[in-house]
Design a protein around this ligand. Structure first.
Ligand SMILES: [Zn+2]
Length: 300
């Protein structure tokens, strides 16, 4: 509690004296010019950046690579972000092919001190759709998988900064407790759903569905960013009618046009799920609660 209050005081002071705060603005923040004694950690996507902040606390400076509003399936790193990798001590990756740029970026960074963490290592990977030869990458949307990713991040931070080991362990333990509570809350809420079948925008929810006994009945874009053909749309409309879908899910990182067409044709409404982060604070816990709330509207 004291730590949270202290953090807020620091944020307020920073705002008063006009220190720019890095973090969740629209753009990825540029690399800091001034030397900092914080551990510089780059994280590919919003949930991993949040996990890293939760575990690292004020010992780390986290640079988010794929900015809010962008899709990790299509986003290319900027030259400034490549520079961050040349200075960072840790690079937190989801892997399972999500960071298609990672190999090139790491070799371009030419940074022998960089510890690259594959947070998927050790998890059971589900099969992928078109364009996902390594498997389906959306592991973080299952909070039990997220716990595993948090543990991987904790271990990498300890490796990079052994002096902070106690802090990282304590922070990770506290946050894992919150993830377990989230898991229990989702179980309780999904138990009240009258329908278990949903139509997803892209195949982001298969781990979530498997964990909580839901079923992805159809997907609008099997390759994210590639809109469905009229024949595919007709097929999804058929499925939507067959399962009595009250809602078709779109996602803020992609155009909702195809979802709108399918919803209009099948008499459903369009709702938004957010696999990455929900403004304004982009916290994983809040985003997952938001998503379950949207699913409740469609499936309860
Ligand atoms: Zn995705």
């Amino acid at each position: 509690m004291l730590k949270i209050r202290l953090l807020w005081s620091l944020i307020v002071i920073a705002m008063l004296i006009g220190v720019p705060l890095s973090g969740c603005g629209g753009q990825a923040s540029p690399p800091a010019d001034t030397a900092t004694d914080k551990l510089l950690v780059a994280a590919s996507i919003i949930p991993l950046a949040d996990f890293t902040r939760q575990v690292g606390g004020d010992r780390v400076q986290v640079e988010l690579l794929v900015p809010p509003g962008a899709s990790p399936h299509t986003y290319e790193l900027t030259p400034a972000q490549l520079q961050v990798l040349s200075k960072a001590r840790v690079l937190v990756l989801n892997d399972v092919g999500l960071e298609f740029w990672a190999d090139d970026a790491v070799s371009a960074a030419n940074n022998p001190d960089l510890i690259v963490v594959d947070t998927s290592q050790g998890l059971t990977i589900l099969g992928g759709d078109a364009g996902e030869s390594s498997g389906n990458p959306h592991i973080w949307l299952d909070p039990i998988n997220a716990i595993h990713q948090v543990e991987k991040i904790r271990d990498a931070l300890i490796q990079a900064d052994p002096d902070g080991a106690e802090v990282y362990r304590a922070n990770a333990e506290r946050y894992i407790g919150e993830l377990k509570a989230l898991d229990q809350e989702i179980r309780n809420r999904v138990a009240t759903f009258s329908s278990k079948k949903f139509i997803a925008f892209h195949p982001a929810w298969v781990y979530f569905a498997q964990r909580y006994g839901l079923e992805q009945a159809a997907v609008i874009e099997t390759t994210p960013g590639k809109e469905p053909s009229p024949a595919e749309i007709a097929e999804i409309v058929k499925t939507a009618r067959a399962i009595g879908a009250k809602a078709i899910f779109a996602e803020p990182q992609f155009s909702p046009k195809a979802a709108e067409v399918i919803a209009a044709e099948s008499g459903a409404e369009v709702l938004f799920l957010n696999p990455l982060g929900e403004p304004p604070d982009f916290s994983y816990l809040d985003t997952m609660r938001y998503n379950v709330g949207e699913m409740e509207k469609a499936l309860k």
